[in-house]
Write a protein that binds this ligand. Structure first.
Ligand SMILES: *Cc1c(COP(=O)(O)O)cnc(C)c1O
Length: 362
C-alpha cells in the first residue's frame, strides 16, 4: 500500500525529541485508533455525544463536568468566552459586543508566554483583555490581587515549563485569590501529566491538550465546575464553531484518557531497559560516547545523552534531519557537544535506523 509519505512526497520522521507540535505531537495506540474508526464509521446525535463523553470523563477525573474540544488553545479561547458571556445567548451571537465591558483576564506577567502561539492571542480570540500582574521575574498573590477590578472576568494561570517559575505564586495561592473575589480561576495545564491535581486544588476550569501527556488524537479537554462547562458548550453556537472537533477525535480522546488512567505512561525503568542496547550500539561507533541521563526537571524520563567527539554536534544534528527518514533529536545541549535522544515515541526498529545513520555520518 502506498503510504502518505510516498503519496505526498513527505519525509518519514523519527521523533527522538519528545512531544513536539512541529512534528505532530504523539502517535496514538491501536485502542485509540479503533475508537476513532468507530467514530468515523457511524453517526451520532452530536450534542449527546459531547454531553455523555463529558460526563464519562468527568466521572473518571472526579470533577463535575468535562468537554472535549479541538485543542488546548480552543479550550483557552472558549473558557474565556464562557466566563465573559456567563451563559448569555446574546453574547454567544455577539461575542465581542461593547455592551459587555467585564472582559479583563488577569494573569501573572511571567505566564503571558508564547507556547507556539501567544497566550494573549487565545485570550483575545475569546474576547478577553489580558491584564498582566507582577513583573517579568515573578508574581505574588498580592500582585495578582491588586490588578482585579470590577471589569475582571476571571484569573488565568498557565502551568507549564514555558513560564517563569521563579518567585511565582502557586495554583493554590491563585485559587485563594479567586475565591476571595468570587472570580473563576482558569488553569491551562496543557502539557501536564497530572490530570487531578489542579481541579483538586480548586481551579474552576482546567485545560489539557489531547495529544500531549494524554497521547490522544488532535484534541483538547476542559474539566471543572458544571456551570462553566455549560457555558463553554454554549460557545458552539458562536466562536466555538470555528474550533469544531469531529466525532472520531471525541471518541479517540476519551479512549486515550481512559487507557492512560488504567496503564499510566511508560516508566523510567522501562525506558532505561529499552535504551540499554541502543546505548551499547552507539558506543561501538568511533567518535561517540553515550550514557543514560535523567530528565533535567527530575521527571521519570530517561534519555540517551551522546557526546560527539572531534566533530560539531550541531553538524551531526543537521545531518540526522537532512535525509529520509528525518531523525529529530533534543538539541538543548548541542552547544556542549551533546545530542540527546528521547525514546518515548521511538521503537526498536527506529532505534536501529538511528544507529545505522549515526554510523554512516561518523
Ligand atoms: C501546547 C500548549 C498549549 C496548546 O495546546 P494545543 O492543544 O496545541 O492547542 C497551550 N498551553 C501550553 C502551556 C502548552 O504547552
Amino acid at each position: 500500500m502506498t503510504t502518505s509519505y510516498e503519496k505526498f512526497g513527505l519525509k518519514e520522521v523519527i521523533n527522538a525529541s519528545g512531544k513536539m507540535t512541529i512534528l505532530g505531537v504523539s502517535k496514538v495506540s491501536e485502542n485509540v485508533l479503533a475508537a476513532q474508526r468507530f467514530g468515523g464509521e457511524h453517526f451520532f446525535e452530536m450534542s449527546e455525544l459531547q454531553v455523555q463523553t463529558g460526563a464519562y470523563l468527568a466521572k473518571l477525573l472526579e470533577v463535575e463536568d468535562a468537554q472535549v474540544v479541538s485543542s488546548a488553545s480552543a479550550g483557552i479561547a472558549q473558557s474565556v468566552a464562557a466566563v465573559i458571556g456567563e451563559g448569555s445567548v446574546y453574547h454567544a451571537y455577539h461575542p465581542y459586543t461593547e455592551r459587555i465591558t467585564k472582559r479583563e483576564i488577569v494573569l501573572p506577567k511571567g505566564h503571558n508566554v508564547d507556547y507556539g502561539t501567544p497566550v494573549e492571542v487565545m485570550v483575545g480570540q475569546g474576547g478577553g483583555k489580558v491584564v498582566e500582574a507582577g513583573y517579568a521575574n515573578g508574581c505574588s498573590p498580592e500582585q495578582l490581587e491588586m490588578m482585579i477590578t470590577e471589569n475582571t472576568a476571571a484569573l488565568l494561570y498557565i502551568k507549564s515549563h514555558h513560564t517563569v517559575q521563579k518567585s511565582m505564586l502557586t495554583v493554590a495561592e491563585a485559587v485563594a485569590v479567586a475565591q476571595k473575589h468570587q472570580l473563576p480561576l482558569i488553569v491551562d495545564a496543557a502539557a501536564e501529566e497530572d490530570l487531578y491535581k489542579y481541579s483538586k486544588a480548586g481551579a474552576d476550569l482546567v485545560i489539557y491538550s489531547g495529544a500531549k501527556a494524554i497521547e490522544g488524537p488532535s484534541s483538547g479537554l476542559v474539566i471543572g465546575k458544571g456551570k462553566y462547562i455549560e457555558w463553554i458548550r454554549l460557545q458552539g453556537k458562536g466562536i466555538g464553531r470555528a474550533m469544531k472537533i469531529g466525532k472520531d477525535n471525541i471518541l479517540g480522546l476519551t479512549q486515550a484518557l481512559e487507557d492512560r488512567l488504567a496503564n499510566g505512561s511508560e516508566t523510567g525503568d522501562s525506558m532505561k531497559k529499552r535504551l540499554a542496547p541502543f546505548i551499547e550500539a552507539i558506543n561501538q561507533i568511533d567518535g561517540l560516547k553515550a550514557t543514560v541521563v535523567q530528565d533535567g526537571a527530575g521527571r521519570d524520563i530517561y534519555r540517551a545523552s551522546v557526546k560527539v567527539l572531534e566533530r560539531s554536534a550541531k553538524e551531526v544534528i543537521a545531518e540526522l534531519k537532512a535525509e529520509d527518514p528525518a531523525i529529530y533529536t533534543r538539541e538543548y545541549q548541542a552547544n556542549n557537544g551533546i545530542i540527546e535522544f528521547d525514546v518515548r515515541a521511538v521503537n526498536e526498529e527506529e532505534m536501529n535506523k538511528i544507529v545505522t545513520r549515526l554510523k554512516a555520518i561518523m
